[in-house]
Design a protein around this ligand. Sequence first.
Ligand code: TXE
Length: 498
Amino acid sequence: MSFRAEEFGLFVGGRWVTPPSAQRFETVNPATGETVGSFVVGSPDDVKDAVAAAHRAFPGWKATPAPKRGEILLEVARRMRRAKADLGGIVTREMGKVIAEGLGDVQESIDFIEYMAGEGRRLFGETVPSELRAKFCMTVRQPKGVVACITPWNFPTAIPNWKIAAALITGNTIVFKPASGTARCAAEVVRIYEESGVPPGVLNLVTGSGGVVGNALVADPRVRAISFTGGVETGRDVYVRGAQGLKMVHLELGGKNPVILMDDADLPLALDGVLFGAFGTAGQRCTATSRLIVHTKVYDEFLGMLTDRLDRFTVGDPLDPATGMGPVASADQEKKILGYIDLGRTEATLRYGGRKRTGGIYDRGHFLEPTIFETRHGTRISREEIFGPVLSVVRVGDYDEAVKVANDVDYGLSSSIYTRDVNRAFRAITDLEAGITYINAPTIGAEVQLPFGGIKNTGNGGREAGSAAIEEFTEIKSVFVDFSSKLQKAQIDRESAI
Ligand code: TXE
């Protein structure tokens, strides 16, 4: 596919606009250093304009029948499917994940948009009996109003679409603020919604820094809900500031996700899973397998299998379908991950990798080796989110110890156990403290029709995707219809039961 860098404005009130005195920033390909796009550094005034446009568009969008909103989403999905090859290529060029995963990012978007389009004909409420005669009780769902969608760079189309499609089907209008590093993916996504017939003002895009654009969005009283995915510290800050305005703040934050490998595990199956979980997307998934907790009976054998396989694992051009792992997403990511690798050398035993790749194509980008540390539980590398291709391996003596280690971190997003013992598998479903548990599969691989999210520092109790996405973006109204033509008093009018 041919590719060229492009310049984008902000998308406000249905038009691409470049404010007269706007400054610009560029995104770059982390594999080559080439420019991917140029974008406006949004200001607080730009945020005001975008929120005003969303606020104006809200009554009309709220009044649009939800099945009609669904038809527009189906058109978005159709167009995204047609654009999948190009858009997947842009994901890979801008973020660095290998092309199969770039295409997977877009496919996840399509799947979720289609799923949400169907919600346009559901959006279920409840009907419940009344305690009084000739009275009807039900709940209906209503949109919240203007919502802010603030997203990270690691799933540059899927995470925005998880938020945008759910917010739109439920009748909200949106100001979308993407991570700066993947602004091209964001702009391409918005362009598809525009071309699919989303009315002006219903979806607005403001690029720019989190500190300026993000802060202004969180502070604006017209923004009634904030859906945020990103780092824990930023999320905490958004939560606290959103609370000042009594806004609903939905947070999806980090993870330190364990795979438990029991002595009865299918080791070749686990090998494929651990490789994919730990080094897919160069470990930059919030559900990445960053800890491997191994029963002592299979520890040496499995580590041998893992390192043998890594000897044949390729790091390189992410557009080449044969590549196992591309670059990490940015210079900042590289620096942070190498910092953790240095730390790991002081507190654990480096078993594999640990270096930045250099020479040839590697000198143009941010290529790191898949890295494995053997460590005792409790070291910083085994507890903190590194968000890179670094796997900490911990040896344990039995199931109870494995679960104790798995649960003893501040996060609780995803978890996994490999075992052939069905009783133990079901115990793990109960015992593992996480929002997601996989049996005989790695910690990654969410499907859009299930809720997604976690406990502890991973979030603040909500879930995205699946039917939970509807909860995130709606208010519930309780409705009482009295057709008795007289004043009836709940709790006060009492009839004899017999
Ligand atoms: O996240 P940030 P970044 C983790 C991971 C990673 C770290 C930092 O550990 O290394 O977070 O990544 C916007 N008010 N995850 O820098 O800074 C920001 O512009 C409002 C886990 O991407 O949290 C971006 O759009 N918004 C994660 C978004 O918030 C603000 C995926 C996320 O940025 C803001 C990615 C502010 N004050 C990173 N400051 C996961 N769990 O999936 C920044 N932003």
